[in-house]
Design a protein around this ligand. Structure first.
Ligand code: MG
Length: 282
């Protein structure tokens, strides 16, 4: 891989990302994969998928976990339903995340990622300690598969996330930085946040959004890359400053409008390629 290869968030079966063929049509050389459903996570399917990646000359850079029952309808619903935080589903989802890690290993992928959910703010509370513990268990499983775990940003402020990473005390725990999520969730200016957490950033999303008029209470709005309030030139310049050289993975989750999704990802790829040329000269 070379520095800042363009990437796109993709799915095998029905999922939020685009099909591999779309990445191939748009000549996008890397993907992050939304983990397929349990029934599809077999050795046979993994082999088929690897063959397809090879045929299309696409490199897989991360497998993203997601769970049945998660909903991003509004911020309180995210709090109640997303990731390993909700107590009712925690044990089952930890187990499923372990299985996703095993499937990623079958695919030869060294990174698993997820939205952990809203970590409790009181760092002395029992529930905070429980989230620390479940994250350790996931990290330790990933270690056995020679993998890192990347936490998607958005639900925490940069300071909250830094404290959490420090408290977990695992050397394979890193960040998948998503600038649009900082805006959508109202958790902080993305460029400032990126500077703060920079040393932990090992993968990124390129997604755009506009701020809510009530940040942190209601959602901002996700928009096509270049049309929102993430300053992408400042974003890439900051990525260079923190020494980030991994892929620039475009995330545009409007699977209900596949034509528009493809067009907007193509536009995003061109915009990022132009900025890359300007900022690192290739
Ligand atoms: Mg994201």
């Amino acid at each position: 891989m070379s520095d800042w290869d363009i990437g796109v968030f993709a799915s095998i079966d029905a999922g939020l990302g685009v099909k591999l063929e779309v990445a191939s049509d748009l000549q996008i050389p890397t993907i992050q994969l939304h983990a397929p459903h349990r029934s599809t996570r077999t050795a046979e399917q993994a082999e088929k998928f690897i063959a397809k990646l090879e045929a299309l000359n696409i490199q897989l850079t991360a497998v993203f976990g997601g769970f049945d029952g998660e909903s991003y309808a509004d911020i309180p619903t995210v709090e109640r339903t997303v990731g390993l935080v909700p107590i009712e589903t925690r044990a089952a989802r930890l187990q499923e995340m372990r299985e996703i890690s095993d499937f990623a290993r079958l695919l030869g992928c060294e990174v698993v990622a997820l939205h952990l959910g809203f970590v409790p703010h009181d760092t002395n509370s029992a529930s905070y300690q429980e989230i620390i513990e479940v994250t350790r268990q996931l990290c330790d499983h990933a270690t056995r598969n020679d993998q890192s775990v990347h936490l998607e940003t958005g639900q925490e402020t940069a300071d909250g996330l830094l404290a959490f990473l420090t408290n977990v005390q695992r050397n394979n725990l890193f960040i998948n930085f998503d600038p649009a999520n900082m805006i959508l969730y109202g958790t902080g200016e993305p460029i400032e946040a990126l500077k703060k957490v920079g040393k932990y950033v090992r993968s990124v999303h390129c997604k755009d959004a506009t701020w809510s008029d009530q940040p942190g209470v209601t959602w901002g709005r996700e928009v096509a890359l270049g049309e929102g309030q993430v300053n992408f030139e400042a974003y890439l310049t900051t990525l260079r400053e923190i020494g980030y050289r991994g892929p620039l993975t475009i995330e545009r989750e409007i699977p209900q409008e596949p034509e528009r999704q493809k067009t907007e990802i193509g536009n995003a790829s061109r915009l990022l390629t132009d900025l890359r040329k300007k900022i690192i000269g290739k």
